[in-house]
Design a protein around this ligand. Structure first.
Ligand SMILES: Cc1ncc(COP(=O)(O)O)c(C=O)c1O
Length: 433
């Protein structure tokens, strides 16, 4: 069996020596990580501040209250719950609070950039226990608000849970609110990917339009792995019981004791986000993404939606007849870590999609700016050029065997290994905390 210390150290080293372009990942500060690793994880605190089922919670009460108050101030909302273990449990808790099993819910399809918890059929809690209505994107990869409105008016869902993991343009929350208001539905804004950008003022704020907000805390918010559910003024106006319904759905509805170490990490991330430095950081994420997108387009790549207005972009590899798997594997050997990703109306199955997804939150945390985006784009374009003639078979068995062999053989590719050395060398100038 491998030594655990060695494995943990190796992962830390991998993070240091590779370019992290997965848009949902980031580097939490040293202080956030220290709190997450603190003795706070020893304590049980079922309940809420001043209403616990365990003794000995006076400091924990203050820590959780501090996180709640910071969240309320920053997102300008009257109620926040910071206990959800992560984004998926949080979305389940929201649905549990707002709807009954069998009620209709509506969200963006997984293949179009929605999340599993937004009603993905059959295999998820949200798709199995609720009647799920799903909408996609138009051929150009964009939301069609008119069509969404028609579908919502026809189906009349009780809840619309709206958010994305891959949409490169900003959402028009006002248009979504017009739709939900017209059918008296709840609007839940899942801003997991973009909450840091919302705080930085570089992404539209859903708080005036939605009834409930949910965000994970480990993406652009740069905190520990966790989540928060917030009720807006509009939410309380629609239903004054909403804060208590959400709190009850979290505990005792779906969770037990909160992870106090994470709560302290969230409080710290929110303190860090309440600063002009963080606002500059958020602004730089979007600037970097736009510059990177332009260089990639200039190098001949096609981007879904024509580019980006946020922290991420999706490259459509169909014009090159190149598989997202092949490119993502090759980039990883070159020290550049991205996701393979479906493109809108992808003819290929999700395991062999026709695109890659990349984003700038993590590299911006490392201190990279516009000039570094050119260097990164050049590496990506070189790798694309290197593998562009490698084609996956359309036969699913052949494809499996090919992928297995390809994955093994590409590890020895000298051209890619040489780029990985350049990447490693380059990254020494951008240490992580
Ligand atoms: C929009 C969105 N919602 C929910 C989640 C689920 O979060 P978690 O992975 O923490 O359960 C994610 C995670 O990628 C997400 O991007």
């Amino acid at each position: 069996m491998k030594n655990l210390d060695l494995l943990v150290n190796s992962e830390e080293k991998r993070q240091e020596e590779t370019l992290m372009l997965i848009p949902s990942e980031n580097y939490a500060s040293k202080k956030v990580r220290e709190f997450v690793g603190s003795r706070l994880s020893n304590k049980y605190s079922e309940g809420y501040p001043k209403r616990r089922y365990y003794q000995g919670n006076y400091f924990i009460d203050e820590i959780e209250t501090l996180a709640i108050e910071k969240a309320k101030k920053l997102f300008n909302v009257p109620h926040a719950n910071v206990q959800p273990y992560s984004g998926s449990p949080a979305n389940s808790e929201i649905l549990f609070a707002l709807a009954n099993f069998g009620d209709k819910i509506m969200g963006l399809k997984l293949s179009a950039g929605g999340h599993l918890t937004h009603g993905h059929p059959n295999i998820t809690f949200s798709g199995r226990y609720f009647k799920s209505i799903q909408f996609g994107l138009d051929k150009d990869g964009l939301l069609n608000y008119k069509k969404i409105e028609e579908l919502a008016k026809k189906e009349k869902p009780k809840v619309m849970i709206i958010g994305t993991t891959a949409y490169p343009l900003v959402f028009d929350w006002e248009k979504f609110a017009k739709i939900t208001d017209s059918i008296n539905a709840y609007l839940v804004a899942d801003i997991s990917h973009v909450s840091g950008l919302v705080l930085g003022g570089v992404y539209p704020d859903p708080a005036p339009f939605a009834h409930v907000l949910m965000t994970t805390t480990h993406k652009t918010l740069r905190g520990p792995r966790g989540a928060m559910i917030m009720v807006t003024q509009k939410g309380i106006k629609k239903d004054s019981e909403l804060p208590s319904k959400i709190d009850k759905a979290v505990f005792p509805g779906l969770q037990g004791g909160p992870h106090n170490n994470t709560t302290a990490g969230i409080a710290q991330a929110l303190i860090e986000a309440d600063s002009s430095d963080f606002r500059k950081y958020a602004d730089q994420i979007v600037k970097n993404a736009k510059v990177l997108a332009n260089y990639l387009k200039g190098g001949g790549l096609t981007l879904v939606g024509g580019g980006t207005e946020c922290h991420l972009m999706v490259v459509d590899l169909r014009p090159l007849k190149l598989s997202g798997n092949v490119l993502a594997e090759a980039l990883e050997v070159a020290g550049i870590v991205v996701n393979r990703n479906s493109v809108p109306n992808d003819p290929m199955p999700p395991f062999y999609p026709s695109g890659i997804r990349l984003g700038t939150p993590a590299i911006t945390t490392r201190g990279m700016r516009e000039k570094e985006m050119k260097i990164i784009a050049d590496w990506i374009l070189k790798v694309v050029d290197h593998v562009k003639d490698i084609k996956l078979s359309t036969n699913s068995e052949e494809r499996k065997v090919f992928t297995r062999n390809f994955k093994k053989n590409i590890q020895k590719d000298k051209f890619l290994i040489d780029i990985s050395k350049e990447v490693k060398n380059f990254l020494q100038k951008y240490p992580i905390s």
